[in-house]
Design a protein around this ligand. Structure first.
Ligand code: C2E
Ligand code: CA
Ligand code: CA
Length: 532
């Protein structure tokens, strides 16, 4: 929750980060996926190319084997000059057969179509070293000659004679690598015993990081090996990366935009209020309560203000009801009181008669635990309870007036003052005032506004003052804006007031300045100076 709140503190930055993070993640994911897909695609392609080379090689063997079979049909396997000539003609006409040799079953040579070629041999293998084809009708082996290697195919003609064809598997048959990989890889054909027959492509450096793809024949004991340098392999065929990345970036942007829009959807007023409260931005402002005769500031009413991040100030009319409806009043009240006690502590110490008033919602006032918490808080702040006044409004009825009376009595018993706020405009009438037995009566601005205009207003005020006197209550008049009102209120016997004539509610620092300035000037009369 705290994390989310902190993010919400800089919604612009958090949104941008979320958006960029999403694009970045999609790009990274897209890149990895594309790389993986392309790698498997390339592997598949190289395996197919290896297969292609293998099939060409198989075709050469097919050709060789069938040609040798044909040769045997003609029973040309004697080394007499006539058949030898035919053998030479046979080799001459054939594309792949480089030489023909009549051998004994153990593979020792009886004669060769071109006897000179025997000198090219770098050794000759015996029958045992040859690899038998699956069908068992011929054998394959490596022919190692000075010019290179070739593929030997031995076919048994009868018990005494066998014939060997030396097949040239031309490198061009294996030249299947695409242009991008040529020079970075090779394709070779080997027997399954590892002996290489032919290869195409540049020499690969085995010390480098090589990728190898082996395709084995299921017809013959041969296999092709495609070796490619890893770097060249990864760089090959990268064109599809760009569109994939573009798509991933677009998806990331859409996802990021949706996510940030959902996560940072404009919050409800209650959400914002909770956040402001948790951040200490529901702050106490102070409005002076002053002596109407001398102008001396004798106290202050704490009034809640929501200080927004841009510095603008919201009055309580914009959020108190919301806080009340959603059970936030207790938390807000305690926060305001403890901050106010903190900020006013030096003044409360220096001026033992100075009183700090705080508005308490009726339901909070009678709630269990309210009085205990209040006492603890005030005690912790080391402020005497008689410097604290709790204002309970007369606008709302107490559900249980008897309980309210008990609470008032209890708090007064602990030294706190209780004031009845907004007297005159409430629904409960004078009976509630009489029953509650509070210390102070705060006469609503409504009467103060009309006191200079309307004689009924002044008679009402006079009546309330009389009632207050009878009940030994103090009277404070609210909302005084003009000097004439001060005079009229004094006429009615009221000695304390509150209003813009001295100052609207202000923050602690200007309030303390105002108090000090008024104390220093020794003002004896209220002057119509309005604090900022
Ligand atoms: P209230 O307790 O009756 O507070 C007096 C209101 O009258 C304040 O309005 C004050 O700014 C305004 N006022 C004082 N002098 C003058 C004046 O000369 N002219 C005019 N036009 N107005 C004046 P504010 O601060 O807007 O508070 C409105 C109400 O919100 C308060 O009425 C009180 O009922 C409630 N409220 C404010 N803070 C709290 C709080 O911390 N807790 C609770 N439960 N209610 C609060
Ligand atoms: Ca009040
Ligand atoms: Ca009031």
């Amino acid at each position: 929750m705290t994390l989310r709140r902190n993010y919400l503190h800089w919604p612009g930055i958090a949104r941008a980060l979320l958006f960029l993070g999403s694009v970045g993640m999609f790009l990274a994911g897209g890149y990895l996926a594309a790389d993986y897909l392309l790698d498997s695609q390339r592997e598949k392609q190289l395996n197919e190319l290896g297969g292609l080379a293998l099939r060409s090689s198989e075709a050469v063997i097919d050709y060789g084997v069938s040609a040798l079979g044909e040769f045997s049909d003609h029973e040309n396997h004697s080394c007499m000059s006539g058949p030898m000539q035919k053998m030479r003609l046979f080799v001459y006409r054939s594309n792949f057969i480089k030489d023909l040799r009549v051998v004994r079953p153990d593979a020792s040579v009886v004669c060769s179509a071109f006897s000179e070629t025997l000198e090219f041999d770098r050794g000759w293998v015996g029958r045992d070293e040859m690899l038998e084809s699956e069908a068992g009708n011929f054998r394959l082996f490596q022919v190692n000659q000075f010019m290179g290697t070739a593929l030997g195919v031995m076919v048994d003609l009868d018990h005494e004679h066998s014939v060997i064809g030396i097949l040239g598997v031309d490198a061009s048959l294996l030249d299947v690598l695409p242009d991008e990989l040529r020079g970075h890889g090779s394709v070779s054909l080997s027997l399954t015993d590892g002996k290489q027959i032919s290869s195409a492509g540049g020499a690969v450096d085995p010390r480098e990081d090589l990728l190898r793809f082996v395709v084995a024949s299921d017809k013959y004991p041969i296999e092709t090996l495609v070796s490619v340098h890893a770097d060249a392999f990864h760089a090959w065929n990268r064109e599809p990366i760009a569109p994939i990345m573009l798509l991933a970036g677009l998806l990331g942007a859409v996802f990021g935009a949706l996510l940030s829009r959902n996560l940072f959807r404009p919050r409800s007023l209650l959400d914002r209020f909770d956040f402001a409260l948790s951040q200490g931005r529901i702050r106490p402002y102070f409005q002076p309560i002053f002596d109407l005769g001398t102008g001396k500031v004798v106290g202050a009413e704490i009034l809640a203000r929501w200080i927004r991040t841009d510095g603008s100030v919201l009055p309580p009319g914009r959020f108190i009801e919301l806080a009340e409806q959603n059970g936030r009043i207790p938390e807000m009240t305690w926060s305001l009181l403890s901050t106010a006690l903190d900020e006013m502590k030096p003044l409360l110490r220096a001026e033992p008669d100075f009183r700090l008033s705080i508005n308490i919602a009726p339901s909070h006032f009678v709630s269990a635990g309210f009085r205990g918490k209040l006492r603890d808080l005030v005690k912790k702040a080391d402020v005497p309870p008689h410097q604290i006044t709790l204002e309970i409004t007369e606008r709302e009825n107490f559900e249980d007036p008897d309980l309210a009376t008990i609470c008032v009595a209890n708090l007064r018993g602990h030294g706190f003052n209780v004031a009845i706020d907004d007297v005159g405009i409430g629904h409960s009438g004078l009976s509630q005032i009489q029953r509650l037995r509070a210390d102070t009566m705060k006469i609503d601005k409504f009467f103060v506004d009309s006191v200079t205009l309307d004689s009924t207003a002044s008679s009402m005020i006079a009546m309330l003052v009389r009632l207050a006197k009878e009940m030994d209550m103090d009277v404070v008049a609210e909302g005084i804006e003009e000097k004439a009102q001060v005079d009229a209120l004094l006429e009615c016997g009221i000695t304390k007031g509150q209003g813009y004539i001295v100052s609207p509610p202000i923050a602690a620092a200007p309030f303390l300045e105002l108090f000090a300035a008024r104390a220093a000037s020794g003002k004896l009369r209220v002057a119509a100076t309005r604090a900022a």
